[in-house]
Design a protein around this ligand. Structure first.
Ligand SMILES: *Cc1c(COP(=O)(O)O)cnc(C)c1O
Length: 471
């Protein structure tokens, strides 16, 4: 039924025609939920109630409803077993103290190793190519310390112009650390005038033109602001053919897009786990180094956790460094962060990224369809608010997020949405980022969102006409 070959729009139109209903009807949403084979995964997460969200206005929404949670791109929901796993470790600590290092279902001394194969599946890597440790920006720095070795002729780092601030600062400071000038060495990839996203052809042209002077290419997998999914395979191949190392920040791609870091031959990658991977704020981050570098690329900084586990606790101060990314571990890992990540990865393990992506394309395509239906610019009524989707239309060039650019100021619209029990993300002056997450969002969530968006726009319009002061 879920035809992956045709466009989501075609699928939706065919389906509603077969049902004899309009593609905008609640009936279609209900039907899509019924035939959704991943629907059961939602029950593994705690969905906040409308009444518990601080901005809710109970005169406008039923507090006992599940909220519409479209902000899994910022902080994923809590897997139900997270608390149980954390409790188990707290109990073990209480009852056995130091013995917890070696005993129980999750011996603390190597607890993260036990979930690295689950993590590796999600990013398309071998277990030995992945390490769970630290935070994302820390891992990015550790990786750049090894992969960014600028010379007089090859000293640049190519990065998107509007990369996430932490990545921008990390790259800037790494360039300075090596005694180079970010003005000369930081190559910012800009979109064409009047365009929001980057064209693959332009990225490849830049690599072709500047490649000899580029040491490292660092792109995001999915761009946090526009939701654009980059062609990582093509960027990797183009960069490497020019002798560059190619790495990806997969913060918004992991658990969202299908990644094949190993097969694509990506040199290195890093990601956080609290967005689509639902590990909780500040969760344990990930790093990847391709196995081709296992014995040649070495960590710049060492700690005891990079030592071969078998002899790690012999403590003879002769480093037996783990090959590859394993050797980058510095400290023993926080068991209380391993627990929620394990809880989430086990839910992912009940399905596959391929199946999640298949649902995701239709779910996001459905959101796109309804937004276009109701909010395309109407030439006959130019005063009517409209929405431009800045995320690429091609499902292969985006993950689950759509970034909506409004013709009207967004702050009051956003507040009106929040009052009605919707959790999403606003970027001033006029962009909302909406992420229907295939793991726990439903087609009915999308349908309800679009209908509440209508009320929010009307309420916001009324407020501005009544001349009420905006908070
Ligand atoms: C979320 C995110 C970060 C956050 O970095 P932390 O070190 O986890 O605080 C950095 N970069 C990108 C691209 C992100 O999406």
């Amino acid at each position: 039924m879920m035809d992956t070959e045709s466009s989501p729009q075609k699928t939706l139109e065919n389906l509603s025609a077969a049902l004899g209903c309009s593609p905008t009807s609640q009936e279609l949403a209900t039907h899509l939920d019924k035939q959704d084979q991943l629907q059961h995964l939602r029950k593994h997460f705690l969905i906040p109630k409308v009444g518990d969200l601080p901005p809710t206005d109970l005169s406008l929404a039923d507090g006992t409803d599940d909220c519409i949670y479209f902000v899994g791109n910022s902080l994923g929901l809590q897997p139900k077993s997270a608390k149980k796993y954390i409790d188990e470790e707290l109990d073990k600590w209480a009852k056995t103290g130091v013995h917890g290092h070696m005993e129980g279902a999750r011996p603390w001394a190597w607890a993260e190793n036990n979930i690295e194969d689950l993590m590796a599946n999600i990013v398309g890597a071998k277990a030995d190519e992945v390490a769970l440790m630290n935070g994302l920006t820390v891992n990015l720095h550790l990786l750049l310390l090894s992969f960014y070795k600028p010379t007089a002729t090859r000293h640049k780092i190519l990065i998107e112009d509007k990369a996430f601030p932490s990545d921008h600062y990390a790259v800037e400071s790494q360039i300075q650390l090596r005694g180079f000038d970010p003005q000369q060495s930081m190559l910012l990839m800009k979109s064409r005038a009047g365009e929001d996203t980057l064209r693959t052809e332009d990225i490849l042209d830049t690599i072709e033109r500047e490649g000899e002077s580029i040491a490292v290419i660092l792109f995001s997998g999915v761009q946090y602001y526009t939701g654009q999914l980059f062609n990582m395979a093509a960027i990797t191949a183009a960069g490497q053919s020019k002798g560059c190392f190619v790495g990806f920040d997969c913060a918004h791609a992991v658990g969202n897009a299908e990644l094949k870091l190993h097969d694509w031959g990506v040199d290195f990658a890093c990601w956080c786990s609290y967005k689509y991977l639902n590990s909780g704020a500040g969760g344990l981050a990930g790093a990847f180094i391709h196995e081709k570098h296992a014995h040649t690329v070495k960590p710049a900084l060492l700690g005891w956790w990079g030592h071969n586990l078998k002899t790690r606790f012999v403590m003879n101060n002769e480093m037996d460094l783990l090959p590859g990314v394993g050797g980058y571990r510095l400290s023993n890992q926080p068991i209380l962060l391993v627990c929620p990540l394990q809880a989430s990865l086990e839910v992912f393990n009940q399905t596959s990224m391929q199946a999640l992506r298949q649902k995701s394309k239709l779910l996001t395509g459905y959101l796109e369809y309804l937004i276009k239906h109701y909010y395309t610019r109407d030439e006959a009524h130019p005063e009517k608010p409209y929405i431009r989707i800045i995320t690429p239309t091609n499902p292969e060039e985006r993950g689950c997020q759509l970034s909506l650019s409004f013709s009207v100021p967004i702050r009051t619209v956003f507040q009106e949405l929040e009052k009605r029990g919707i959790a999403c993300d606003m970027r001033e002056p006029n962009v909302l980022r909406i992420a229907p997450v295939p793991l726990y969002n439903s087609f009915s969530d999308v349908h309800r969102f679009v209908s509440l968006l209508g009320s929010a726009l009307a309420a916001s319009d009324k407020l501005s006409r009544d001349g009420q002061p905006r908070p």
